[in-house]
Write a protein that binds this ligand. Structure first.
Ligand code: ATP
Ligand code: MG
Length: 714
């Protein structure tokens, strides 16, 4: 017990030792919220609460893993359910699938599967999309699900043109998913929330089963997530949530800040604990973070103090372009490792979009710096992996129409688009899965005999594979590759494209299967494997023990901490992202995202901007982020290669002024472009090369076009 409470502050102890009744921990970054959650779980177990009655919900698998390790140290051998909302719901849904019209081997569509399904639903709905787009419809439906709006509700209540179209597509999309015995990501939450609402007995059983629920990062819950935890905490209102409204960064996914702001109203008996001491960062870093976030209007001021020692000033560094930025950062990290005994794992480079990591990767590779990109999803998005996964999906769930589409003619076996279209029509009319239509190919109108033979051959291959469904995953996968002649198919396309990575990827996939078999000697079903793959979040590849520099997006960095943090591309259009600048709410959310990034840093923080930025091969002048103007500029150490002395002079009226205060076009005449550092702010001998060109940087308040930024990572 001592070990559990030792070293905690008084307020932390208050939170940790509160067992029964609702609890709200409201505090800024680095104040120990997550630490309190883990210690509280250990404390409850020590007090005799059964581990099986506790569920701890997090936003990333990485956060859950970390929590599991920490609780494991404090209360060894006591398995507590920990995982993401999606995993929690996936497991409940597996158990109660029929209540949602599914069977228990249902599949989870990933985003590209959902996209395919959406296209098909739009076609089947026969709506005109001239005033909207498939993406718009998908996003309207996704938002509806996050707000627990059913197809019927949407049909009766919508008015805007886009909504009318979406309202027509929504029921068809849902019906197609059900026919395919599949769900999309939003459905995991949606089905469970609706299930709890419609089945009071089940709700109260589960309420009793999960007597104690803890939710970290509660500020990012959407209505569906809210309804789920609320539904499970009625008879046993032992719901503990932690959160920081200033770190709410998932508004675009329907997160509703009111969930945390209204918590005290929902649970009047709540005990609220505020933590004010920051253990993570130097005062320098905290001051920068605080100054920034003060510019948000939709917030309550919180004061954070720290006893940590004053550290290095936060650096603002200006580079010519992204390549120099990448080289500069890689050099600095290399030097710090050589000269100061730091480790690669002490460094994280954060960016708004994945697209920015490419040049950083290149620079690190050329210096032999080990790094990892936190984007586990990517591996599973590769074509060859998606093909094999689709076979596995279809074996697991014969109704998985998207998987059927993907593999019916891969490797090529003479089944053309027309044949597939006819099968699809047959499937739609008869409301049967595509595979069923393929089995009945001789009854499908308009399919030539020859094509029908090919279809039948595919069904035969499928049936042989299905017989192996309960083999180990490794055996199944090897058999699959052989039986479908997939490798030969890859070899041929490898020669065509002169790229051998596909075969290496297949090998890597087989290794993943071997590893899965090893980790799950008892329960290593195909279904469990597919669920694991489907729920891989983009933070999953993160291995703490790996001594590597971490490259990740600001979103993925939530909840983590690193001794040295670089935030790259603090530029208009990137941060704030161009898509978020139209509304005050969007703009404030970008500011919170920047705040989250800054507060990941423990000892050192560098923000960088470039004068030119190349995104997807297109080079444009870049404009500094308006957020920079909001930082305590006299505290930042500026390192510039081409220097303008006036740039960051504080504007007394700058408060609450956004891009206007950076309307540099009007000031360009005054700009010193000859490398005169003037105020000596770069007095660290690191001013870099001096250029005399008038940088296009200042010419216009240019914004990278939307299309360039499509690859936003969220
Ligand atoms: P965020 O809002 O960023 O998620 P948080 O409030 O969850 O932050 P934690 O990650 O729990 O903060 O804690 C930040 C750091 O401070 C961690 O390294 C943690 O171990 C340390 N810490 C928290 N409380 C204490 C304490 N009482 N004594 C020593 N270290 C502490
Ligand atoms: Mg935390």
């Amino acid at each position: 017990m001592d070990a559990i409470l030792k070293g905690l502050t008084e307020s932390q102890v208050q939170a940790v030792t509160h067992i029964d009744g609702p609890l709200l921990i409201l505090a800024g970054p680095g104040s120990g919220k997550t630490r309190v959650v883990t210690h509280r779980i250990a404390y409850m177990i020590a007090q005799g609460v059964s581990p099986s009655q506790i569920a701890a919900v997090t936003f990333t698998n990485k956060a859950a893993d970390e929590m599991r390790n920490r609780v494991g140290e404090l209360a060894p051998g006591k398995p507590v359910w920990m995982g993401t909302f999606h995993r929690f719901c996936a497991q409940l849904l597996r158990r109660y699938a029929p209540l949602a019209g599914l069977s228990e081997n249902y599949s989870i569509y990933d985003s590209s599967d959902s996209k395919q399904a959406m296209k098909r639903a739009i076609q089947a709905a026969e709506v005109s999309i001239s005033h909207t787009s498939p993406e718009q419809i998908a996003s309207t439906i996704s938002n509806a699900k996050n707000r627990l709006v059913t197809p019927e509700m949407m049909a009766s209540g919508s008015s805007r043109t886009g909504d009318v179209v979406a309202a027509k597509v929504y029921p068809i999309y849902q019906q197609q998913l059900l026919t395919a015995n599949a769900v999309d990501f939003d459905d995991l939450l949606f089905h469970v929330a609706i299930m709890l609402r419609n089945n009071p007995e089940l709700r109260s059983d589960l309420d009793a089963r999960f007597r104690y629920i803890l939710v970290d990062e509660y500020q990012d819950t959407n209505l569906a997530q809210y309804a789920i935890v609320r539904g499970l905490s009625i008879d046993n209102a032992n719901l503990a949530v932690t959160g920081d409204p200033d770190q709410s960064i998932y508004g675009w996914r329907g997160a509703d800040l009111n969930n945390i702001l209204d918590f005290e109203k929902d649970y009047p008996a709540v005990k609220t604990v505020r933590l004010e001491q920051n253990y993570r960062s130097t005062p320098n870093i905290l001051r920068v973070a605080d100054q920034l976030i003060r510019h948000n209007r939709q917030r309550k001021q919180k004061d954070l103090y720290t006893h940590n020692q004053e550290g290095d000033a936060v650096v603002l560094r200006i580079f010519e372009d992204g390549y120099q930025e990448a080289d500069g950062i890689a050099d600095e990290i290399t030097n710090a490792i050589r000269a100061e005994g730091m480790r690669p794992r002490d460094f994280a480079i954060l960016c708004r979009m994945n697209a920015l990591t490419r040049s950083l990767e290149h620079s690190m590779r050329s210096r032999g710096l080990p790094y990892q990109i936190i984007n586990g999803v990517e591996f599973y998005q590769r074509k060859e992996i998606k093909d094999l996964l689709a076979y596995l999906h279809l074996i697991n769930n014969p109704s998985h129409d998207v998987a059927f589409h993907r593999v019916v003619n891969v490797p090529t076996r003479g089944i053309g688009a027309k044949t597939i279209e006819r099968l699809r029509r047959y499937a739609d009319v008869n409301q049967v899965p595509m595979l069923e239509a393929a089995r009945n190919v001789y009854q499908v109108e308009g399919i030539a005999k020859r094509s029908a033979t090919f279809v039948t051959r595919f069904v035969e291959i499928y049936d042989r594979l299905s017989k192996k469904a309960s083999a180990t995953l490794e055996d199944l996968l090897r058999y699959l590759v052989e039986e479908t002649k997939y490798e030969a198919f890859l070899e041929k396309s490898t020669v065509d494209q002169q790229d051998s990575s596909a075969i290496a990827n297949v090998d890597e996939f087989i290794s993943a299967a071997v590893e899965f078999d090893r980790q799950h000697p008892e329960d290593g079903t195909l279904e469990a494997f597919l669920e694991q793959v489907a729920l891989v979040a983009d933070t999953d590849a993160f291995e703490d023990s790996d001594d590597r520099v971490t490259l990740m997006t600001l979103h993925a960095a939530k909840g983590l901490e690193f001794p040295c943090v670089y935030i790259v591309g603090v530029e208009q259009g990137l941060l704030p992202h161009s898509r978020s600048m139209d509304t005050d709410a969007g703009f404030e959310e970008e500011r919170r995202l920047f705040f989250v990034g800054i507060t990941r840093a423990m000892q050192r923080l560098q923000l960088s901007i470039c004068k030119r930025r190349t995104v997807r091969g297109d080079t444009r002048p870049a404009v500094p982020s308006p957020f920079l103007n909001e930082l305590p500029l006299d505290e930042l150490r500026k390192v510039e290669s081409v220097v303008d002395r006036d740039w960051f002079d504080e504007d007394p009226d700058a408060d609450n002024q956004y891009p206007e205060s950076w309307d540099l076009a009007d000031e360009s005449d005054d700009i010193v472009m000859n490398g005169d550092t003037g105020n000596g702010d770069t007095g660290n001998g690191d001013a870099g090369e001096v250029h005399e060109t008038a940088a296009p940087f200042f010419d216009e308040a240019c914004q990278l076009p939307e299309s360039e930024l499509a690859e936003i990572v969220q």
